[in-house]
Ligand binder design. Sequence first.
Ligand SMILES: NC(=O)c1ccc[n+]([C@@H]2O[C@H](COP(=O)([O-])OP(=O)(O)OC[C@H]3O[C@@H](n4cnc5c(N)ncnc54)[C@H](O)[C@@H]3O)[C@@H](O)[C@H]2O)c1
Length: 315
Amino acid sequence: MQFDEVKKFGVIGLGKMGVDWVANLLEGGYEVVGYDSAPGAAERASKSLGKALGWIGKKRHPEEEGFAEQAAARFQIVDTEEAFTAQLGSCQVMLEVILEDLQLKCEVLSRLAPNLPDGAMIWTNTSSLSVHTMAVASGRKECFVGTHGMNPVYQMPAVEVVRHREIGDDNLELTLEILKGLGKSPFVASDVTGFWVNKHLVPFMLEAYRALERGEITVEDGDSGLQGSLGHPQGVFKLSDFIGSDTMYRVAMAMYVATQDPRLYPPAILARMFKRGELGVKTGKGFYEWDGFKPIGGRDFSEFVIESSDTLLEV
Ligand SMILES: NC(=O)c1ccc[n+]([C@@H]2O[C@H](COP(=O)([O-])OP(=O)(O)OC[C@H]3O[C@@H](n4cnc5c(N)ncnc54)[C@H](O)[C@@H]3O)[C@@H](O)[C@H]2O)c1
C-alpha cells in the first residue's frame, strides 16, 4: 500500500487514548469510523472528541474557521461490532485501542482482521504487551505494527513504533510516513515487554507508589521534587492520574506476568485505588482530587502507611 492510498481508519476502543487518536487522525484529514463496546461510550467519546478538537483548533489552526466542526464531520461512531465490521472493508488501517489485556486484544483482533481488505495495516496502541503475539492472532503478521502513542496523543509528539520479528519493512516504513504526516515524531523500538518507554517508566512509577506506601514522601512533595530537580513536566503522581489507576494496574500486571520481575508487581496502593474506582482524572479522584483537568490538591495517604522494616528494627 502507498501513502496516498490511506484514506480511512477504523478505531476500536474509544476510551481516553482511542478518542485522542481519533482527534489526531481527523486533524490529519483522514476519515474515521469508531466503535466502543461500553454502554454510553459513544456519548462520552463525542464529548471528549469535541474538547480535543476544540483544543487542536485553538492551538494549531487558529486561522481556520469551523476547524473542529469540519474535522468532526469526517468521524462516524457506530454502536455495534457488526456495524464496525461492515465498515472495515473500506479502511486501510485498523487501530486497536481497547483495554490492556492480551487475551482480549487477541480475541478481538482475530475476529475483526479477516474483514479488512488485503494489504490493510493493523496498528495497536498497547503499552507493553507482545506485539508479535497479537500479530499472530490477527493472521496478518507482516501488516501488524505497534504504535504506542503517549497521553494525550494529540499533544505529545512521540509515538513508539514497535518492530516485531515478522513485520513487513514496507509496513513499518509506511507507518512512520503516516505518523510523520500527522506531525508526530515516531521512533522505532523493539518488541520487548514495555518496549523502550514503559520498560523505564513503569518500574520508576511503581517505586514512587511504594515510597508513598512507606510514608517516605507526600504526593505533592513527590511531584514538585521531580519537577524542580529532574525537569519532569508534572511529576509522577499527576502523570499517574492522567494515565488512570486502572490502566497503570493492568500495564504493571501484564509486565509482571510477562517477566516475573517482582519490581513490576502492582503495589497495594494502586490495586486499592483501581478497586475503589479512584481512577484519577477521569473519575475526579486518584493521587489528587481533580476539578476537571485541574488538580485541587494531593491526597493524604498517611493512614495506609505501614512501618517499614527499618523503623521496626529501631530501638
Ligand atoms: N492511558 C494512558 O495513558 C495510555 C498511554 C499509552 C497507551 N495506553 C494503552 O492504550 C490502550 C487503551 O487505554 P485507555 O487508557 O484508553 O483505556 P480506557 O479504559 O480509557 O479505554 C479502553 C476502551 O476500550 C473499550 N473496550 C474494551 N473492550 C472492547 C471491545 N471488545 N470492543 C470495543 N471496545 C472495547 C472500553 O469500553 C474502553 O472504553 C491500552 O492498551 C493502554 O495500555 C494507555
